[in-house]
Design a protein around this ligand. Structure first.
Ligand code: ADP
Ligand code: MG
Length: 250
């Protein structure tokens, strides 16, 4: 279910704005004058060919990449904080199937002050189960991370990104390595999470078929913004055809 777009300004409610954001790495111009707006509660998909600068935009928003221009975020309750709480799901990290690290261990590494080899307390295990419940994944707690399917791993990473609950959720290619059925499950889950916790979501993807159903807005970039708007308008645009025809696909 797609969110109604705000009519005009969204006042002081939660939103993310990029105004003329440019990134250079060395002498290479990676992004040029990117202006885009993630409205409160929207799901926005960032698309473009490989090397277009999608991950670079996410890193600039996360504060991991220097940029020129202005990035602003406003959300209720963040008047006294400079930065919003951002939940970030990186592009699927690789785990060795032989690696003994379990999902519980992974949460312990990320959330506990103590070394993971000490195990987790009963209280922490309860918290991990609550986190996994948000992605309908309580049954995954004792599985080895390296043996999870692509979809299961994304759900675990999503559960990690949702604790503590963020103002905005940023996902870098969450659908890559996930089978078609898993993609549908994940998109439904993201949609449910967005509505339950009133989050804005910004994600990069190459899976365009999902966009008309789930995204409020699509931004097509190739080092600069080529087209943005409603999914159907962007996917039917000459800019979209030109970029993917020229590059011979994604
Ligand atoms: P996308 O996510 O759209 O595939 P990226 O944002 O990862 O693209 O990369 C955009 C461009 O920036 C690519 O040409 C890539 O080689 C370059 N790039 C990304 N990170 C670095 C880096 N740390 N050093 C040099 N070039 C980089
Ligand atoms: Mg990328």
């Amino acid at each position: 279910m797609k969110r109604q777009l705000h009519g005009g300004a969204c006042g002081d409610s939660c939103c993310l704005k990029l105004n003329q954001v440019s990134v250079k790495i060395g002498s290479d111009s990676i992004l040029k004058d990117v202006t885009m707006h993630v409205h409160c509660g929207e799901m926005v998909a960032l698309i473009g060919p490989n090397g277009a600068g999608k991950s670079t935009i996410l890193k600039a928003i996360l504060g991991q990449r220097d940029y020129e221009g202005v990035i602003t975020f406003s959300a209720p309750g963040m008047r006294h904080r400079k930065m919003p709480r951002i939940g970030y799901v990186p592009q699927s990290p690789a785990f060795d199937p032989g690696d003994p690290v379990t999902v519980a261990d992974l949460f312990a590494c990320c959330q506990s002050r103590f070394p993971a080899f000490l195990g987790i307390t009963r209280e922490h295990r309860e918290l991990v189960l609550e986190c996994l419940d948000r992605v309908h994944g309580k049954d995954l707690i004792d599985k080895r991370v390296g043996t999870l399917s692509g979809g299961e791993l994304q759900r675990v990473l999503l559960a990690l990104a949702l604790e503590p609950l963020p103002n905005i959720l940023i996902l870098d290619e969450p659908l890559s390595g996930v089978d078609v059925e898993g993609m549908e499950t994940l998109m439904e889950m993201l949609d449910e999470i967005r509505r339950t916790y009133d989050l804005s979501i910004l994600m990069t993807t190459h899976d365009f078929a999902m966009l008309p159903r789930y995204a409020d807005q699509v931004v097509l970039i190739d080092h600069r913004v080529l087209k943005q708007g409603q999914p159907e308008d962007v996917l039917d645009s000459p800019e979209f055809r030109q970029v993917f025809h020229r590059k011979g696909g994604v």
